[in-house]
Design a protein around this ligand. Structure first.
Ligand code: HEC
Length: 89
């Protein structure tokens, strides 16, 4: 009986570590995302995706600060999106 409990504990541990490895892989994928991808995924949740040409570089700088808080982005993600918008206007 004890052995069965021990074995199921080990199996649970194995599944947990596989899950953990999977989540590490996902966060790596997030790191590799370009500004354009992050922009299309995050900036149309609440309103239509803004056109990069709608604002100039300085305006995007300010908008990015406001929308970073709303979107809950990391500094890196926000910078990538801002750079993409500034390069595309
Ligand atoms: C959680 C919802 C939410 C998300 C996500 C969001 N926005 Fe917004 N956005 C708003 C709201 C609400 C307004 C209008 C009020 C305001 O300007 O604060 C707005 C306004 C704007 C405006 C118009 C600003 C102006 O002065 O006319 C732009 C441009 C914009 N968002 C860009 C973005 C970009 C780029 C992203 C992605 C990084 C983004 N938004 C993500 C809620 C959001």
């Amino acid at each position: 009986m004890k052995k069965t409990i021990y074995i199921s504990f080990i199996i649970t541990l194995i599944f947990l570590s596989i899950g953990l490895l999977q989540s590490c892989k996902t966060s790596l994928e997030v790191k590799e995302k370009t500004g354009a991808v992050l922009w299309s995924e995050n900036c149309s949740r609440c309103h239509y995706s803004p056109d990069p040409e709608d604002y100039n570089d300085a305006q995007w700088e300010v908008i990015a600060m406001h929308m970073r808080v709303r979107t809950n982005l990391t500094a890196e993600e926000s910078e990538k999106i801002t750079r993409f918008l500034q390069e595309s206007n």
